[in-house]
Design a protein around this ligand. Structure first.
Ligand code: HEM
Ligand SMILES: *[C@@H]1O[C@H](CO)[C@@H](O)[C@H](O)[C@H]1NC(C)=O
Ligand SMILES: *[C@@H]1O[C@H](CO)[C@@H](O)[C@H](O)[C@H]1NC(C)=O
Length: 323
C-alpha cells in the first residue's frame, strides 16, 4: 500500500483491499484480495441496484444469509433448486413463498463470474450481500470473513427442523441458536434484523388475535389487514418494525418494550425473561446494538463453513456442478 504512486490510485486500492485483514476460524477477510479484487465492489453495486428496484431487498438478502447458515452451515445450500430427483431447501416450510432474493444472488454471481471466473463461492456472495443490505439500509459495516465453499448437498429436512418458528418461546429460541454455537446474546442481537423488512399474516395472525402480551391498539391495527381465518389474507404484509422498516436502526427494541411487534418469537425476547435487560440496553444504546450485531453476524457466518478442498465453487448457484 505504501508504495502506491498517486493519491487517487491509493484511494482505489483502499476501496478494494481492506487495510488490515483478519482471520476468523478458517475464514479470512482478505481471502479474495488477489484472486478477485473487484468482488466487494461488484456485490455492493448490485445490491444497491437491487434495493433501488425493490426497497425490501436489503432485508430479504439479510434473511437469506440466516436461512443459509442455519441449515448445514453457510454453504449456499439454500440456493439449490429442486431439479430431477434432487431435493433442495427452497420448498421447506420456513422458506417456501417467503425467502426472497435468489434472483439477486444469481445476477451477482453472473457479474462476479464475468470478472473472476471459477473463484468466488455462492456462499460468500450471500454473506457479502447480507452485509451490504445492512449497510445500505443505514446499519453498521464490517469486514466479512470469506473463504467459504459451496455444498453439493442440501437438506429440506434440516431446513424444516433447524430454522426457528415464529411461534417459538424464549427457551426454544435459545436452544435453536445454542445448537448452532450461538449464544442467547447473539440471538437477541441478531433478532434486531427485524428492524427491517416485512412478515405475512400467516406468520403473525395467532399473536395479534390470541396473545395477551401485545399492545391492544397495535393488535387491533394489524387485525385490520389480517382476517381471523386462514385464507385470502395469509400473504398480506405488515412491517416488522412499524415505524422504520426500511432503516436499520435499534427501533425494534423499543417496539419490543412497547409490545408492538408482529411475531410471538420477537415478543419473547422482552417478556419477563433473561433477555429483558439486554433488550433495554439495545433500545437505549444504538452503538451497543450495532457492535453486538456485527459480532453476532460474524458468529453466524462462522457456522460450519466448507473450506479448503471441501465442497466446490459452484458455476451456477442454483445447481451443483455437473462434473
Ligand atoms: C430468532 C428467530 C427468528 C424467527 C422465528 C424469525 C422469523 C421470521 C419470520 C416468520 C419472518 C417473516 C417471513 C414471512 O412472513 O414471509 C421473518 C422475516 C425476516 N427475518 Fe427473521 N426470524 C428470526 C431470526 C432472524 C435473524 C437471525 C435474521 C437475520 C440476521 C432475520 C432476518 C429477517 C429479516 C430481515 C426479515 C424480513 C425479510 C423480508 O422482508 O423479506 N431473522 N423472520
Ligand atoms: C386462537 O387459539 C385457538 C385455541 O387454541 C385456536 O383454535 C385458533 O385457531 C387461534 N386463532 C388464531 C388466529 O390463531
Ligand atoms: C442455472 O441453473 C438453473 C437450473 O436450476 C437454470 O434454470 C439457469 O438458467 C442456470 N443459470 C445460468 C446462468 O446458466
Amino acid at each position: 500500500m505504501a508504495s502506491s504512486s498517486t493519491t487517487s490510485h491509493f484511494c482505489l486500492l483502499v476501496a478494494f483491499f481492506p487495510l488490515s485483514s483478519a482471520v476468523y476460524g478458517q475464514l479470512s477477510t482478505s481471502f479474495y484480495a488477489s484472486s478477485c479484487p473487484a468482488l466487494e465492489h461488484i456485490v455492493r453495486s448490485a445490491v444497491a441496484q437491487a434495493i433501488a428496484t425493490d426497497s425490501r431487498m436489503g432485508a430479504s438478502l439479510l434473511r437469506l444469509f440466516f436461512h443459509d447458515c442455519f441449515v448445514q452451515g453457510c454453504d449456499a445450500s439454500i440456493l439449490l433448486d429442486d431439479v430431477g430427483s434432487f431435493v433442495g431447501e427452497k420448498t421447506a416450510f420456513p422458506n417456501v413463498n417467503s425467502v426472497r432474493g435468489y434472483d439477486v444472488i444469481d445476477s451477482i454471481k453472473t457479474a462476479v463470474e464475468a470478472n473472476c471466473p471459477g473463484v468466488v463461492s455462492c456462499a460468500d456472495i450471500v454473506a457479502l450481500a447480507a452485509r451490504d443490505g445492512t449497510v445500505l439500509l443505514g446499519g453498521p459495516s464490517w469486514d466479512v470473513p470469506l473463504g467459504r465453499r459451496d455444498s453439493t448437498t442440501a437438506s429440506r429436512t434440516l431446513a424444516s427442523s433447524d430454522l426457528p418458528s415464529p411461534a417459538s418461546d424464549l427457551a426454544t429460541l435459545i436452544t435453536a441458536f445454542g445448537n448452532k454455537g450461538l449464544s442467547a446474546r447473539d440471538m437477541t442481537a441478531l433478532s434486531g434484523a427485524h428492524t427491517v423488512g416485512y412478515a405475512q399474516c400467516k406468520n403473525f395472525r395467532s399473536h395479534i388475535y390470541n396473545d395477551t402480551d401485545i399492545d391492544a391498539a397495535f393488535a387491533a391495527l394489524r387485525r385490520g389487514s389480517c382476517d381471523y381465518t386462514a385464507g385470502p389474507t395469509d400473504g398480506n404484509l405488515a412491517p416488522l418494525d412499524e415505524r422504520t422498516e426500511l432503516a436499520f436502526d435499534n427501533a425494534y427494541y423499543a417496539d419490543l418494550e412497547a409490545r408492538r411487534v408482529l411475531l410471538r418469537s420477537d415478543q419473547e425476547l422482552f417478556n419477563g425473561g433473561s433477555q429483558d435487560s439486554l433488550v433495554q440496553d439495545y433500545s437505549t444504546d444504538g452503538a451497543l446494538f450495532f457492535a453486538d450485531f456485527v459480532a453476532a453476524m460474524i458468529n453466524l457466518g462462522n457456522i460450519s463453513p466448507l473450506t479448503g478442498n471441501a465442497g466446490q465453487i459452484r458455476a451456477n448457484c442454483s445447481v451443483v456442478n455437473s462434473s
